[in-house]
Design a protein around this ligand. Structure first.
Ligand code: ADP
Ligand code: MG
Length: 613
């Protein structure tokens, strides 16, 4: 009575299967972990349906997983009494890949050494069975009474078939026909040891040849003091589909304002570094041990999307829909509590385990910075977590705003910062001279986008954060340096002469103490945008308003002093020298719009000097 239909795998699945089948793995056993994880997911979904009073096919069937092996026929079978699949669901779930970054995933998978870790993390775990199988059979009956009894079969190459079969019980039974070289997986001792390893945290009974393998417990509901470190590690490995240990974890139980038990893990690697693009958080939401949603939107802010874990709240209504969940005020409250607690955890980690925090920071600082720009209400505690180099740190050593503030000079009210590509570049910045000479610390920020982050922070405690390349920053106090200077009259007349010559080109021309030895420095006018923001707008194809930098001249600089006399003696040469001084200042500040300007003034200067002699 079989009614057979043949289907071709989606191209991406064929490509994935090709990688899975042909690659060399040392740990093929993970296919068992992946199939158990799917069985457990299917059971969680069924339990939730029942709690919502849905009518379910074979409602009395207990929720469990059974595993068996057949040494003679070289098979291993994994069966569950979960939600099962309809024909459409078989096609959708076992014939296509839903992951949005599939192309990238496949590229990275081809190159990655830790393929088996990636397979589970990116939601293609089922296909790992083809690492060991030359044929896989999936017998399934959906929870829906009207569903058919179906058999999905494939050799994992081009296509699969779906047949209707004699009546099946609810759930899914997967029979793996092992390749000759992997017949080991049909041996009882081998499978038993693997099951012990992977089934500890499965939330349903798991039976093997009549023996119950696991004890079902919700580790997150146990008091912290009673959970062993290796239990945390194993639980993390189970939910994150990985063999790695977490970098750090936070476990907390609270009774007020809402009953909340949470266990959050930071992975050992930045999941976005492989180039998959954005990942989704992997923190599941439970209500008293019942899984409500494996990846609820809105449970955590976007910038915490690297977290894995479990959140359990008794205060959640069980029969809440996904949509209702998303904009429920309870979820917002949980989000806020989790974020605050996690930020506190990081702060404590930085104090108690600075090395672990440094590892965390090197991998996840980008997310913190994203948090500052996008999570207004959390920006202050996140700012405390930032680390950076400064004029007072050795290269490669990092400091924090708190430490910076503790080193501030008595009369210092502001935090001085400078953004740019690298410390090396910033060390040569024309703005740094007098701050350094007068013992004021300047913090270096060298990540792309740092200017936005600093603008968003704005203030750390009482201290305003000021970029020292801006005209509205003044050094609080500078002891008079030695050396001759222009008189007030000379200064005034040189200033008038320059303003008259340059007109609107500069918003201001001043004389000041910002420089110790150089002739002039260009500053962003108070109303101008920073170079970084201009660059950004340029890249976005937006029109950028004309900038009007300020020029500050150093009245003690010899060139500037000579210029004061030269403007009367040889106005033409004085003009060229002034051009050269201002162009150089613009160039050093990265504000020279047209590089040809400086070539022109240099050329003129050379000609003038050569022709004179
Ligand atoms: P993921 O579990 O990350 O979604 P998988 O490749 O492991 O990716 O599984 C693909 C999909 O196939 C699952 O999302 C689920 O819808 C379906 N599926 C797999 N195994 C089962 C099962 N035992 N019972 C019901 N559905 C299953
Ligand atoms: Mg899976």
């Amino acid at each position: 009575m079989s009614n057979s239909s043949s289907y071709t795998f989606q191209a991406e699945v064929r490509q994935l299967l090709d990688i899975v089948i042909n690659a060399l793995y040392s740990d093929r056993e993970i296919f068992i972990r992946e199939l158990i994880s799917n069985a457990s997911d299917a059971l969680e979904k069924l339990r939730l349906l029942q709690l919502k009073n849905q009518t379910v096919y074979q409602a009395d069937k207990p929720l469990e997983i059974s595993i068996s092996t057949d040494e003679d026929n070289h098979t291993i079978t994994i069966a569950d009494t979960g939600i099962g699949m309809t024909r459409d669901e078989l096609v959708e779930n076992l014939g296509t890949i839903a992951h949005s970054g599939t192309k990238k995933l496949l590229e990275s998978l081809e190159q990655a050494d830790n393929k088996s870790d990636l397979i589970g993390q990116f939601g293609v775990g089922f296909y790992s069975s083809f690492m060991v199988a030359d044929r896989v059979e999936v017998y399934t009956h959906s929870w829906d009474e009207s569903g058919e009894s179906l058999l999905w079969t494939s050799d994992g190459r081009e296509s699969y078939t779906i047949d209707t079969v004699d009546t099946l019980d609810r759930g899914t039974r997967i029979v793996i026909h092992l390749k000759k070289e992997y017949e080991d997986f049909a041996k009882e001792y081998r499978v038993r040891s693997i099951l012990v390893k992977y089934s500890n945290f499965v939330g349903f009974p798991l039976n093997f040849k009549g023996d119950r393998i696991n004890t079902v417990e919700a580790i997150w509901l146990r008091p912290k003091s009673e959970v062993k470190p290796e239990e945390y590690d194993e639980f993390y490995q189970f939910i994150a589909h990985t063999e790695q240990k977490p970098l750090t974890l936070m476990h907390f139980n609270a009774d007020a304002p809402i009953v909340l038990n949470a266990l959050l893990f930071v992975p050992d690697e930045n999941p976005e570094k492989f180039g998959f693009g954005r990942v989704d958080h992997n923190v599941a939401l439970y209500c008293h041990r019942v899984l409500i949603d494996a990846k609820p939107e809105g449970l955590l802010p976007d910038w915490l999307r690297f977290l894995h874990g479990v959140v359990d709240s008794e205060d959640l209504p069980l029969n809440i829909s996904r949509e209702m969940l998303q904009d429920s005020s309870l979820i917002r409250k949980i989000n806020d509590i989790l974020t605050n607690r996690f930020l506190k955890h990081l702060d404590k980690l930085a104090k108690d385990q600075p090395e672990t925090y440094a590892d965390f920071y090197s991998r996840f600082s980008r997310y913190l910075k994203e948090g500052i720009v996008t999570s207004w209400q959390h920006k202050d505690p996140i700012a405390k977590l930032l680390r950076f180099e400064s004029t007072m740190t050795d290269p490669g050593k990092l400091t924090s705003f708190d430490s910076y503030v503790s080193r501030m000079k008595e009369n210092q009210k502001e935090i001085y910062v400078l953004t740019g590509e690298s410390r090396e570049m910033l060390e040569n910045s024309p703005y740094l001279e007098s701050f350094k000479a007068n013992g004021y610390e300047v913090a270096f920020f060298t990540d792309h986008g740092d200017q936005f982050v600093l603008d968003a922070i704005n203030k750390f405690g009482e201290a305003e954060i000021k970029s020292i390349d801006r005209a509205d920053v003044t050094i609080p106090e500078t002891p008079d340096t030695e050396g001759e200077s222009l008189t007030a009259d000379q200064t005034k007349s040189l200033q008038d002469w320059l303003i008259n010559m340059y007109g609107k080109k500069f918003s201001k021309i001043t004389f000041g103490n910002r420089l110790v030895s150089g002739a002039a420095v260009a500053l962003h006018g108070a109303d101008d945008m920073s170079s970084e923001i201009r660059e950004y707008m340029k890249a976005m194809g937006q029109d950028i308003p004309e900038a009007h930098p300020e020029i500050e001249l150093n009245p003690k600089n010899e060139l500037v002093r000579k210029l004061a006399d030269l403007k009367a003696e040889d106005p033409e040469l004085a003009r060229i020298v002034a051009d050269q001084i201002t162009n150089t200042a613009l160039l050093r500040a990265g504000m020279l719009e047209n590089p040809a300007d400086i070539a022109k003034s240099s050329q003129e200067l050379l000609e003038k000097l050569l022709l004179k002699k």
